[in-house]
Design a protein around this ligand. Structure first.
Ligand code: TXA
Ligand code: MG
Length: 310
């Protein structure tokens, strides 16, 4: 962890664990580090970065104010998989927010990363540590596989406990709006602040709508539907089956990953991105998966699968 602190102080970009997914981290106030993040990820500069801080006091250094709903959510869910979109102070570089007057900010819930953030005198910018458009990494090895030759260090904090990116919430006239479903259950958000609107077509750049459609996608074609029907339809192909609980007894040449035998959506979420990577690296021609129950983290899982398949 001390090594991570040192690299970040030197303006380097490194891999860090969070409870959601691994991040590609750099000093959020240093334009060279920010540029390097965009470069390593091969990410267009119109797509802004999330700022990670150690505590609520530090967050106040970078945002103009917390509307009361935002404060309520922060108190309830931080540290945790919640990102708040709030009006930024001028100290936050425009490069980081892609010119927007709002900054995305969160306190991650990972012991190593929290310790690290406490030792730094600046906040940390970190998008997911995958090449732009690909599935987010949920282990240090995933980061190593794709970005290992471009960064000097990856802090290994074990497999991510949540496995889906953070839920992103902004406010219009103090009313909360979800821009990205993520690691917090909608039910839990709503029992905190009441009904929340969904606007899931967040394109950070309003001039480039739809450009981020192919987000979260594995390289292989992925089909979402009734697994048994899709198995029949594609019986002459080598298929990779990703199911929630059920064993489909795949035929020769096909592979299967069951995300949670006991039917736990949190466990399924935790295993999802790793499963997509395993299928991508295997010799299957096509990935077949199902729709998940529209409750708890099932909603965010369905959102990711929908994006990956479109
Ligand atoms: O769980 C997470 O949020 C992970 C971990 C590492 O914290 N980070 C993450 O970052 O998923 P990234 O960059 O892969 O996704 C952040 C999303 C992007 O879709 C980006 O467009 C949006 O948040 N975003 C960031 N800052 C924004 C801003 N100022 N305004 C609008 N959208 C913003
Ligand atoms: Mg990402």
């Amino acid at each position: 962890m001390l090594e991570a602190v040192k690299y970040l102080q030197q303006g380097e970009v490194i891999g860090i664990p969070t409870e959601t997914v691994y991040g590609l981290a750099g000093n959020a106030l240093n334009e060279h580090a920010i540029l390097r993040i965009f470069e390593v990820k091969n990410r267009p500069k119109f797509d802004p970065l999330i700022v990670h801080v150690a505590n609520l006091d530090q967050a106040r250094d970078f945002v103009v104010a917390f509307p009361s709903n935002a404060l309520q959510l922060a108190n309830q869910f931080w540290p945790g998989p919640l990102t708040l979109l709030l009006d930024k102070k001028p100290i936050v570089p425009d490069l980081l927010t892609a010119g927007s007057q709002r900054v995305a900010i969160r306190i991650p819930n990972h012991p190593l990363t929290l310790q690290m953030l406490k030792q730094l005198e600046f906040p940390v910018a970190a998008p997911s540590a995958n090449p732009f458009g690909y599935v987010s990494p949920t282990t240090a090895q995933h980061v190593e596989d794709q970005l290992g030759d471009k960064i000097p260090f990856i802090l290994d904090g074990g497999p991510c406990a949540v496995g889906l990116e953070s839920t992103i919430i902004g406010f219009e006239a103090e009313k909360p709006i979800i821009y990205r479903l993520g690691g917090i259950r909608l039910e839990d958000l709503e029992s905190s602040v009441g009904r929340v609107k969904l606007n899931l077509n967040l394109s950070s750049n309003p001039l480039a709508p739809g450009m981020l459609k192919t987000h979260y996608a594995p390289l292989k074609k992925i089909m979402v539907g009734k697994i048994a029907d899709l198995m029949t339809k594609y019986q002459h192909k080598k298929i990779g089956i990703i199911s929630f609980t059920e064993d489909y007894k795949p035929l020769n040449g096909s592979t299967q990953i069951i995300l949670s035998k006991r039917g736990d959506l949190n466990e399924a979420a935790k295993n999802l991105f790793g499963a997509l990577r395993v299928m991508d690296q295997s010799d299957v021609d096509l990935i077949i998966t199902q729709r998940f129950p529209e409750e708890g983290l099932g909603k965010a899982i369905n959102d990711r699968l929908h994006r990956a398949s479109s």
